[in-house]
Write a protein that binds this ligand. Structure first.
Ligand SMILES: [Zn+2]
Length: 123
């Protein structure tokens, strides 16, 4: 029986309700993984412990949408951020003035979008 994604994403979602950005760390090799991972991409182990991330990371890439999807006001920007702890995630950027390798910090909101990254200097 395939494990359900919900099982591997629930601690992440529950963390957001507590204004915490959480990630998984493999119990065997200690490498960090993004939420929703079924097995460690480094050693194959399927056991993880959850940790709270600092929220700080590097912006690897981003895209600005000028056409609305899901009713969002345009323009809006989605960024791929590599957290200092290692995992990568996609999230909204607070505004559209970003460049690659910017250092960003997560702001956890109480409703969607749950995570918004802003420049570290704004934090
Ligand atoms: Zn591992």
């Amino acid at each position: 029986m395939e494990p359900k994604l919900e099982h591997y994403a629930r601690p992440f979602r529950e963390g957001l309700f507590a204004k915490q950005l959480c990630y998984m760390r493999c119990v065997r090799c200690g490498k960090a993984e993004s939420y929703g991972t079924f097995s460690c991409s480094f050693c194959g182990c399927d056991a993880f412990l959850w940790h709270e991330a600092s929220g700080r990371g590097a912006l690897l890439s981003f895209i600005t949408y000028h056409r609305s999807y899901e009713g969002l006001d345009t323009p809006y920007t989605i960024g791929l951020v590599e957290l200092d702890e290692g995992p990568r995630l996609l999230a909204r950027l607070e505004h559209n003035l970003f460049s690659g390798n910017d250092i960003v910090v997560a702001k956890i909101l109480t409703q969607a979008p749950w995570i918004v990254f802003q420049h570290e200097s704004v934090h």
